[in-house]
Each structure stands twice: as structure tokens, then as C-alpha cells.
Design a protein around this ligand. Structure first.
Ligand SMILES: Nc1ncnc2c1ncn2[C@@H]1O[C@H](COP(=O)(O)OP(=O)(O)OP(=O)(O)O)[C@@H](O)[C@H]1O
Length: 374
């Protein structure tokens, strides 16, 4: 039997009324967020990202479909039962939403106060939570006395007070400078790892998802057009999510690399002048995982690297037109764009050898079909 997911939505639909017209914000979203993951929600402005997490959190009522959190169907609940379940979902907001007249500790203790935890225990638990987010010495500070990053840490501690199984973050780092945002994201990652907390991140910052998330969903016009782990999406560069995560390689990115990497039988170097009879094609390669490092290493440092070995074994010549290396979803990803020359059979053989070497060879995707994120 498979484990109950942290979140499951089925046919989730949300229609707002505005000025006498219907606005379909979610149009039948089926989504599964496994437990313990950091899960990104991507999409252009208006795609339905905020509506999705506001509906999952019960801040908005679904028009149709269902939302389950930890196996409990929120969309069936009303009144006290709904409030009780909603407490198990923590929420972190872009503008922190702290009460300015309360100290950090009193803000963190608020959800405990609502459920009637006594004063002494509230104080102790708030202090422990503030320590967890690195603010043990700021319990008596008021929000106005804290920096943006500190305020967001208080917001996170407050979201954790009711010991939620899921933390929803709506642009939690968008109002922070880059360095502060990075430290808040590191805190979220740490909480995910230490507490096994499932975190859903809504953000217009693609870099945040690339760095932080294990998996993501791409929303477009209220529909989930693609979802999955980032490593899988990166290995499927023509998939909608893959295209968002790995925008097209610029052809002219590294002419210098092309010269350095061109091997002995490089394009244009055919001594017998037979190149004109050969076909030529562009090929994008993606290598995900530990092998990625070798792919972009200088040739002499990676003599028996499988991708180069596959190219050497095939009867083709090639130039490396671009090479990009970056972590995606915590895994190294290397991408190369090759100009390949040889007979049709030789090029087909090279594509097979490259596929067998785990390099996911694909025709380059034209820039015009890229999916903007924000
Ligand atoms: N309270 C509301 N009343 C009416 N329409 C709404 C309301 N909230 C959102 N919408 C509409 O629903 C659609 C989805 O909005 P939503 O805020 O979920 O998108 P988003 O992906 O979070 O966008 P952004 O990145 O700009 O925040 C949009 O067309 C928006 O105008």
C-alpha cells in the first residue's frame, strides 16, 4: 500500500465572481505532494499559484473537487472540524503578517493561545520555536525592532507552533534581499530535513525552486500542465517543466569553450574534405546526477567520461557550442549543445550511444516555445 501523500487535490476547481463575470482560477487540478518533500509551485502571474495554496489551506473554499491534507478531506469539513484540521497546516506569508503590538514570543504563541494552551507552556514553546529558527535571544523584541529576515523567521516559528505536517509558503522570501532570502530558504530546508516537514513553496523566483525543491508543479491558466521531481523534469528537457527549469541554451554562450573542447576530428577539420557530403545537426544533451561533473570537465580531466567516449566511438565529428553546469533540485545537471557532423547512419549511431550513456539527446528546443515563469 502506498503512503498517504501530504497533500492530494482531485479535480480542484475555483471560480471567483468579479464584476458579474466568472474568473476560473483553478480548472481541475489533480496534484499529489508526497510527504517530506519541498515542493515548488511554478507558473506565470495569474496562473493560479496563490489560489492553489489558499484553497489547500482552507482560506478559500473550492468551487468543486477535493483537497486532502494528511489523508483528511478538508473540502468535506465545516466549522470547528475544519478549523481543527487547518491548524495542522502552517502558512508563511510574503509580508509576514505579524501583530505589531505583540512581541516575537507573543506572535509565535498566538496559535497556542487560540487553542487554550496555558500561559507558561505557551511561553516555553514559543521560546523553543524561536530557538529553532535562530532567534532565541529576540523573544521580547517587537516586530518593528526586527529586520525583514528576522520577522520572517518569527513568521515561520508561528507557523510551526501548532506542529503542522505541512508548511505552505506564499512568496515568503520575495520581500527580502538576496542574502536574507538565502538564509530564510536555508532555514526552511533545514526544517524540512530535521522535522520531516513537507513544504510547498509558491514563488515567482525560479532560482528558489531550482535550489530548494525536490519536485514541482507547473500551472498554466489554472491547470497543472506538468508535475514531477526536478531531476526527472531536467532529464526530460522537452517537457513543460523541463523547459521552465532549463531555458534554451544560448548558441553563442561559449564559443571559447567550443574551441577548447573541439577534439581532434572536430567539425571543419576533416582532412579529406569529405565534410560537405555529410549531414549536420544540432543536439542538446542533458546529464543529471554525479556523472554531470565529468561532462563539463576539461577533456583531459575526463578522458573516460561516458558521453565523450560515446562520441569518440561513433563515426562523427562534433563541436561543443555551449556547456552549462548547475544544480537543479539538489542534483548536478550538465547541458551541452553539440554541432554534430557525419553520415545519417553515423549520427543516428551517435544519438543511440549518447542515449545509452544517459545523455538524453534531443533536438534543441526553439527559444520561442519557452515557458515564462513570472
Ligand atoms: N479574490 C479574487 N477575486 C477575483 N479574482 C481573483 C481573486 N483572486 C485571484 N483572482 C484571479 O484568479 C486568477 C489566479 O490568481 P492567483 O492570484 O491565484 O494567480 P498567481 O499565479 O498566484 O499570480 P501571481 O504570481 O501574480 O500572484 C487570476 O486571474 C486572478 O485575477
Amino acid at each position: 500500500m502506498s503512503e498517504t501523500p501530504a497533500i492530494r487535490t482531485t479535480g480542484l476547481r475555483k471560480v471567483y465572481r468579479r464584476g458579474g463575470a466568472d474568473v476560473v482560477a483553478l480548472d481541475g487540478v489533480d496534484l499529489t505532494v508526497p510527504r517530506g518533500q519541498v515542493f515548488g509551485v511554478l507558473g506565470t502571474s495569474g496562473a493560479g499559484k496563490s489560489t492553489l495554496i489558499r484553497t489547500v489551506n482552507g482560506l478559500e473554499r473550492a468551487t468543486a473537487g477535493s483537497v486532502e491534507v494528511g489523508g483528511v478531506e478538508l473540502t468535506r469539513l465545516r466549522g470547528a472540524a475544519l478549523r481543527e484540521q487547518r491548524r495542522k497546516i502552517g502558512m508563511v506569508f510574503q509580508h509576514f503578517n505579524l501583530l505589531t503590538s505583540r512581541t516575537a514570543a507573543q506572535n509565535v504563541a498566538l496559535p497556542l493561545e487560540i487553542v487554550g494552551v496555558d500561559r507558561r507552556e505557551r511561553r516555553e514553546r514559543a521560546q523553543r520555536l524561536l530557538e529553532l529558527v535562530g532567534l532565541g535571544d529576540q523573544a521580547d523584541a517587537y516586530p518593528a525592532q526586527l529586520s525583514g529576515g528576522q520577522k520572517q523567521r518569527v513568521g515561520i516559528a508561528r507557523a510551526l507552533a501548532a506542529e503542522p505536517s505541512v508548511l505552505l509558503s506564499d512568496e515568503a522570501t520575495s520581500a527580502l534581499d538576496e542574502q536574507t532570502a538565502a538564509s530564510v530558504l536555508a532555514l526552511l530546508r533545514d526544517l524540512n530535513e530535521r522535522l520531516g516537514l513537507t513544504i510547498v513553496l509558491v514563488t515567482h523566483q525560479l532560482s528558489v525552486v531550482k535550489q530548494m525543491a525536490d519536485a514541482a508543479v507547473l500551472l498554466r491558466d489554472g491547470r497543472a500542465v506538468d508535475a514531477g521531481t526536478l531531476a526527472d523534469a531536467a532529464a526530460r528537457p522537452t517537457s513543460p517543466l523541463g523547459r521552465v527549469l532549463l531555458p534554451a541554451l544560448p548558441d553563442d554562450a561559449s564559443a571559447a569553450d567550443a574551441r577548447r573542447d573541439a577534439h581532434a576530428g572536430s567539425l571543419g577539420g576533416a582532412a579529406d574534405g569529405s565534410a560537405a557530403a555529410d549531414g549536420r545537426e544540432l543536439l542538446d544533451l542533458v546529464v543529471v546526477g554525479d556523472a554531470a561533473r565529468g561532462v563539463v570537465a576539461p577533456l583531459d580531466a575526463a578522458a573516460d567520461e561516458p558521453v565523450r567516449a560515446a562520441l569518440r566511438a561513433a563515426d562523427v565529428r562534433y563541436d561543443v557550442l555551449a556547456a552549462v553546469y548547475e544544480p537543479v533540485g539538489g542534483r548536478p545537471v550538465a547541458r551541452l549543445r553539440l554541432a554534430l557532423a557525419g553520415t545519417a547512419d553515423a549520427r543516428a549511431g551517435a544519438r543511440r550511444a549518447l542515449a545509452a550513456a544517459g545523455a538524453n539527446p534531443q533536438q534543441p528546443v526553439a527559444e520561442t516555445v519557452q515557458e515564462p515563469v513570472a
